[in-house]
Design a protein around this ligand. Structure first.
Ligand code: GLU
Length: 337
């Protein structure tokens, strides 16, 4: 596809979009608020200055700035994609018997289950993600891990691997997740050997990605499950609406409501400092910056997504005409940059 076609899709001039990303990067690079996650010892070693922004459109155009090649562990962002695999393996009705779709308003690692159903609230918090991962089919741990990695390869479009140091670091310290798994075993929400389920969950969290990968993964969700770079189907398109709905309501920890209100895009963040946001039928956004706010969201990541949404008029419920939204401010700013 040409830039012309891309311009039509986004209704944004590609050179201005590139300038806008550069501007956002320069604007927020000096921001030093927040702290890196340290409850998993390996994560505490990350360089807090790292910062990158990437946009991939559904026709495969890539816009990127900053440390976009820097690898990091995907952490909670993996929950979105593992949920897709569980849906493909079992269908929505069965998965719903094990994991709900209600936002919690509590922290991602809260040890709570729904009082009535005993299900974890949703697949985006740790309890729900562990239950989801325990549903991945396979004849044993190796096959399940390989299926999980193949799934990530489809979304990312290249080979992927697990960071062994991050995996073992979390395995030896993840007692809270272990407690949740025991609680769910008690209520019959997990039937498999829980140490195996936890290992697969910790491995999925330790898959290495970069910021550009995040944007490609988000763009794949924006593009009916087809990776816009490889043109291969990464997930059955019938589940896209289920995945995006749960991202929209539950993806940003206990900031999900305010995020939906202000930014208005399905998204998921991880304590690695990554955020993905999906603009359906248009593009995927990836931001990486490891300094986190108290809820676990990247401080710079939230600011960047807020600006992108406002100034490009990306909120899903935006009603202003194309010329009326803040794109005009963005153009002025980009031209001044
Ligand atoms: N592996 C992390 C955990 O389970 C992921 C948390 C996150 O990114 O929100 O605690």
């Amino acid at each position: 596809m040409t830039n012309q076609a891309n311009q039509g899709d986004l209704e944004i001039d590609p050179s201005l979009l590139k300038a806008f990303l550069n501007e956002l990067h320069s604007q927020y690079k000096p921001l030093r608020e927040g702290a890196v996650a340290n409850y998993i010892p390996e994560l505490a070693k990350v360089n807090p200055d790292l910062f990158s922004i990437c946009i991939v459109t559904v026709d495969g155009q890539v816009y990127k700035v900053g440390d976009y090649e820097q690898l990091f562990t995907i952490q909670s962002i993996s929950k979105v994609f593992a949920y897709g695999l569980a849906l493909e393996d079992h269908g929505l009705d069965y998965v719903l018997t094990r994991v709900g779709v209600e936002p919690t308003g509590d922290a991602f690692n809260a040890i709570i289950l729904d009082e009535q159903s005993k299900r974890p609230y949703n697949p985006m918090v740790n309890a729900g993600a562990i239950a989801t991962t325990s549903l991945i089919k396979g004849s044993g741990p190796t096959e399940r891990l390989n299926r999980m990695l193949d799934m990530f390869r489809g979304y990312i479009g290249r080979d992927v691997f697990v960071d062994i140091l991050a995996f073992t670091s979390e395995r030896s310290t993840g007692h809270r997740n272990r407690a949740m798994a025991h609680l769910m075993l008690n209520f019959g929400m997990i039937d498999r050997n829980i140490e195996e389920a936890l290992d697969l969950y910790f491995q999925q969290c330790a898959v290495m990605v970069n910021c550009q990968d995040l944007a490609v993964m988000a763009a794949t969700l924006a593009n009916k499950g087809v990776n816009p770079i490889t043109n291969k189907q990464a997930v059955d398109k019938r589940y896209i609406k289920d995945i995006l709905s749960v991202m929209y309501t539950c993806g940003m920890y206990n900031f999900a409501g305010e995020w939906a209100y202000k930014i208005g895009l399905p998204a998921k963040s991880g304590i690695c400092g990554g955020i993905i946001a999906v603009v359906p039928h248009k593009m995927g956004i990836g931001v990486f910056s490891p300094l986190l706010d108290v809820r676990g969201n990247s401080v710079r990541g939230v600011k960047v997504c807020e600006e992108l949404s406002q100034r490009l008029g990306l909120h899903l419920f935006e009603c202003q005409g194309k010329g009326e939204n803040k794109q005009s401010d963005y153009k002025e700013n980009a031209e001044n940059y």
